[in-house]
Design a protein around this ligand. Sequence first.
Ligand SMILES: [Fe+2]
Ligand SMILES: [Fe+2]
Length: 140
Amino acid sequence: MAITQKKLVELLNMDLELEYSAAIQYINHAAVMTGAAYGDIIKELKVHANEEVQHAMTLADQLDYLGGSPSVKVGEIHTSKDNDKMLGQDLEGEEDAIRRYKLRIEQAEALKEFALAQQLRTILAVEQEHAMDLKQALGR
Ligand SMILES: [Fe+2]
Ligand SMILES: [Fe+2]
């Protein structure tokens, strides 16, 4: 099925909701995580939280430009008391984001929304960095 502007707005709103939930999840995990060995990644999680908020702002602006109403709903949030389980939850979220943004770039280009595609590429590159930070912390 060919992508339409309306469908793209719906999908970008889902992406926006998942950026909000990613920011909240990182804030929670950075606060709950303990242990000297996790000091460096705790700092990284706080950086990630801020970057997810930036992504949310970019998507909200793009949604407004496309004539959509930016969602204020928040996607699913995963929590745990175990450090490595939390990092695994964060990595799953990043891998999902990478899959979604790769597809979203193709969809934006199919509609000749090249500026949107460019913004999505920038977000994708940051999500890939997030995934690499988490894999390193998990020793994967
Ligand atoms: Fe993000
Ligand atoms: Fe991310």
